[in-house]
Ligand binder design. Structure first.
Ligand SMILES: C[S@@+](CC[C@H](N)C(=O)[O-])C[C@H]1O[C@@H](n2cnc3c(N)ncnc32)[C@H](O)[C@@H]1O
Length: 208
């Protein structure tokens, strides 16, 4: 059995991660927004090259606004969730070392707070933010994800330049960029921006 994906969204990240992630060799990963698991199985394959890898997956599997019937495209999220489980099961069978995968089904705001309350502050080597694309949700993911990231760890934002096209033009509150820019400006003394192709944005935590 092989993986089943219905889109190629992960292709942008794949090219950057192939270059970047071997340098930081993460062992603890937090993934916000997993969908069918394309990024998850990449991470499982990478972490599975050595013992004691750990991934925490956060998703509602309810889709974002853009996945709804009124958004830019629609998805059968129940089928998406089934494919996620099939894909991560497939990865678990082929990797050399088992990876400890924890699934947190629910909104990122709630699940990240639970991780913090459970003692995971400063715990993660790599945090991937690819959940809701609504600016108020993205700023929440950025701030809570940063708390969960260790000093020296990397946080990646997908879809920095993504914009929903609507009849009334672009609404900045329905895009990630305003939130990511606000976060990197407010936290400029605690992070450095890493040079990478601009569709995504990568930062390294330098201070708490
Ligand atoms: C763009 S997809 C993730 C794609 C995945 N990283 C990949 O590379 O294939 C966004 C995901 O975020 C989830 N999502 C949207 N809003 C969320 C929220 N507030 N909390 C948690 N997950 C959310 C959706 O259910 C969807 O599966």
């Amino acid at each position: 059995m092989s993986y089943t994906f219905t889109n190629n969204w992960f292709n942008v990240a794949r090219g950057i991660w192939d270059q970047l992630l071997p340098n930081i060799a993460p062992r603890t990963v937090l993934e916000i927004g997993c969908y069918e698991g394309a990024s998850t199985v990449y991470l499982m394959e990478m972490l599975g090259k050595s013992p004691r890898g750990e991934i925490h997956c956060v998703d509602t599997w309810g889709g974002g606004v853009e996945h709804g019937t009124t958004g830019s495209f629609s998805s059968d999220m129940r089928a998406v969730e089934v494919r996620f489980h099939e894909n991560v099961s497939c990865a678990a069978r082929i990797i050399q070392n088992s990876v400890d995968l924890t699934i947190h089904k629910g909104t990122s705001a709630k699940k990240l707070v639970e991780l913090l309350a459970g003692g995971k502050e400063g715990y993660f080597d790599f945090v991937y933010v690819d959940g809701s694309h609504q600016a108020p949700d993205v700023i929440c993911d950025a701030i809570l994800g940063f708390k969960l990231l260790r000093i020296g760890g990397i946080m990646a934002f997908d879809d920095y330049l993504w914009a929903e096209q609507s009849r009334n033009g672009i609404d900045p509150l329905r895009c990630p960029k305003l939130a990511i820019d606000s976060f990197t400006n407010l936290y400029c003394r605690k992070l450095r921006i890493i040079s990478a192709p601009l569709y995504q944005l990568y930062i390294q935590k330098t201070h708490d």
